[in-house]
Design a protein around this ligand. Sequence first.
Ligand code: FES
Length: 358
Amino acid sequence: MKETITISQLGSTVYNLLPNLPAIAQAGIFSSHSRAYYLGQSSSQAMHCRARRNLTKNTTEFTFQTGKGFENWQAGDHVTLSIFWKGKKLKREYSITSGNSESISIAVKKVESGIFSTWMHEHCHPGTRLQISQPKGDFHLAAGLPSQIALLSIGSGVTPLYAISQSLLQKNYRGEVQFLHGSPSPEETIYRDEILAIERALPGFQASFYHSREKARLTAASVLEKLTNFERTTSHVYLCGSGEFVGPVQKVLRDEGFANIFAEYYSLPASTESATGASVQLTKSGLNIQGAGNLLELSERAGLKPKHGCRRGICHECKTTKISGVVENMLTGEKSEPGSEQIRLCISKACSEVQIEL
Ligand code: FES
């Protein structure tokens, strides 16, 4: 089974956007499994906001002038934005929705009580300079396109899948695409018009929208209903959204025999771990920790301050060496090998006695 896990969020018409996709993204020559996680240096640079436009009543698209390192981004990549707020550096990841080697766009949904997204809406205007990282990610179209592709998302999870849809249009993909998206209402659907334009342009592309305010949620059952004729072993399924959506749908699809699932979360699924957990030895600090929660939370509770960013498995900033023991990837349920390897603390929990270089 192939699965990649990361996180995320993603005017003018689709036709205006198409020429802006980078050539290498259009060629689709990287597989999500073979490409290095970071494209070149991972450091950020100051970029000017060139434009902003409203997508929905609470979501705004921001376009930034880019610099070096943005030549080869791929549909599905994200960037990390940084701001200073009350003396603290805050960072958030956003999927690139469109762009080229000179500019990129992102979509920011204003979250109630969300410091970062509120700051963006109130303070980021044409001319504002922001620190933006190099593009990165591993949520991309896999090399060798199959004849059936499903793109499933809810809320702002649509953003990387919208970029991937543009990439399919640019490739003039002739297979079947089921694009299923859930949102509260048509007016609150990000990039709805652009996706419908892709549907009109690609004969095999079918978009279906589900609106919870109209009592039509996108659920595992509705997904299966649309994918009845999908070949389980060869089709590719991409999911993006909250853990409450991605986790259960992913499980149902796995149980149904779908072999190629690629998922990106913008919040972790609810933890089902026991309250005790296995014992974890932190070799540098000499501490032993144990309990519920991921290894980042546990070490913070013990008074340590491990390096981290997104806390959701995307940025890889919490990567630390596990010396021994088995950990579980909380996004995929996959168990590690018992030997030494790099793990992301924020999405790992101990399944046996574990030693970590921390
Ligand atoms: S992957 Fe971002 S903090 Fe762990």
